[in-house]
Ligand binder design. Structure first.
Ligand SMILES: Cc1cc2nc3c(=O)[nH]c(=O)nc-3n(C[C@H](O)[C@H](O)[C@H](O)COP(=O)(O)O)c2cc1C
Length: 196
């Protein structure tokens, strides 16, 4: 049975570039047989956090939250595509993730970072590592890091140039690592109910 993977991306900028990497990852995961879906925080457009999903009485959460909660609970794993704003995480994606907690539990997550410069957003990747751990995900050790994002991927998310070639070389190990942990977690959830 194929794995269901949600790929999260959270820039709200008009001229955003990281969507190229998100598109590349969704397409590449699908080519590898996964059921991958882009979760674009800007498109979902949640307001700044007021109530978390779980703070609403059952059946009374706004439709966007209810739908997303269902998708998160059904997923086998997650990819977080993250750019770096002033050495930190992008607020749109952080705001979206903070709406949920238990819905994330007991699944693996992978981080793919990028930036306009050569540092490839790795400082935001480090920040996301602890955030995702706190939210109950197991962060896999394989990561993608793409510098000079607009030179490594074209507007359709196709790898170009040296940066694109490096990304294409790195992707198979990244996706194999995630797939192994998704399968492991799926088996474990089936055979041993989570303790809480
Ligand atoms: C508010 C802001 C802060 C930024 N801070 C950093 C930074 O700390 N490190 C970095 O490498 N790039 C930084 N950049 C450049 C981003 O890497 C680049 O704009 C990237 O395309 C942002 O992702 P997005 O286009 O998907 O929004 C920053 C950009 C913005 C808009």
């Amino acid at each position: 049975m194929s794995h269901q993977v949600l790929v999260f991306y959270g820039s709200y900028r008009s001229d955003r570039q990281g969507v190229r990497l998100a598109d590349y990852i969704v397409r590449s995961l699908r080519e590898g047989g996964a059921e991958a879906e882009l979760i674009d925080a800007r498109e979902i457009g949640l307001p700044m956090l007021d109530r978390m999903y779980k703070e609403y009485p059952a059946g009374e959460a706004p439709a966007a939250l209810e739908t997303l909660a269902g998708k998160i609970r059904s997923a086998d794993g997650f990819v977080f595509v993250t750019g770096e704003y002033n050495w930190g995480v992008q607020p749109g994606l952080k705001n979206l993730t903070d709406h949920f907690l238990e819905e994330w539990f007991w699944r693996p997550a992978a981080i793919a970072s990028y930036s306009a410069g050569r540092a490839a957003g790795v400082r935001s990747a480090v920040a996301w590592h602890s955030i995702l751990s706190e939210m109950g995900m197991v962060v896999i050790s394989s990561a993608l890091s793409v510098g000079s994002i607009s030179k490594a991927l074209d507007a359709e998310g196709r790898p170009v140039g040296e940066g694109g070639a490096a990304l294409a070389r790195a992707f198979p190990r990244f996706s194999a690592d995630l797939a192994w942990w998704m399968e492991a977690a799926r088996t474990q959830r089936r055979t041993t109910p989570p303790p809480y």
